[in-house]
Design a protein around this ligand. Structure first.
Ligand code: DAT
Ligand code: MG
Length: 152
């Protein structure tokens, strides 16, 4: 089933020049980019985005980190996109992430794990995050020429 997922290259990924590589991986996989915004997250947006982690010992550091520099916020669309993006990202801790995954190829530290993606085990988190970062008219509906070759 086609679905949309929220993906973000975090400040460490942007600063390390990994944005293009990460976009390429999703393009190569066949996912369709339907929204993108290069932006800096303020405190309020950060606290809302990571609301599920409020009260945890790492929360303040996480908010400080995610607001510390620009991010590339994106919406990617495709069959099973939420779960497939999570599989491509690897585990939350890069140290546990298999080589070949984004975190497994580009990270070493839990607090600097390069990328965010909506949680496929938290139904509705994709919609929530997309709504939080994008207005309706910032998402683009279009047909990609390779769709007939990607899907049976
Ligand atoms: P994910 O980003 O894989 O969805 P999450 O939602 O559990 O992971 O946590 C959000 C971010 O918070 C995660 O990318 C890195 C940070 N984080 C999670 N658990 C942590 C911990 N125990 N110590 C420090 N940072 C942590
Ligand atoms: Mg999460």
């Amino acid at each position: 089933m086609s679905e949309r997922t929220f993906v973000m290259v975090k400040p460490d990924g942007v600063q390390r020049g990994l944005t293009g590589e990460i976009v390429s991986r999703f393009e190569d996989r066949g996912l369709k980019l339907v929204g993108a915004k290069f932006m800096q997250i303020d405190q309020e947006l950060a606290e809302e985005h990571y609301g599920e982690h409020e009260g945890k010992p790492f929360f303040d550091g996480l908010v400080e980190f995610i607001t510390s520099g620009p991010v590339m916020a994106m919406v990617w669309e495709g069959d099973d996109a939420i779960r497939q993006v999570r599989r491509m990202m690897g585990e939350t801790d890069p140290a546990d992430s298999a080589p070949g995954t984004i975190r497994g190829d580009f990270g070493l530290d839990l607090g600097r794990n390069v990328i965010h993606g909506s949680d496929h085990e938290d139904p509705g988190s994709n919609e929530r995050e997309i709504d939080l970062f994008f207005d309706e008219d910032e998402l683009v509906d279009y047909e990609k020429v390779d769709e007939g070759w990607l899907y049976e």
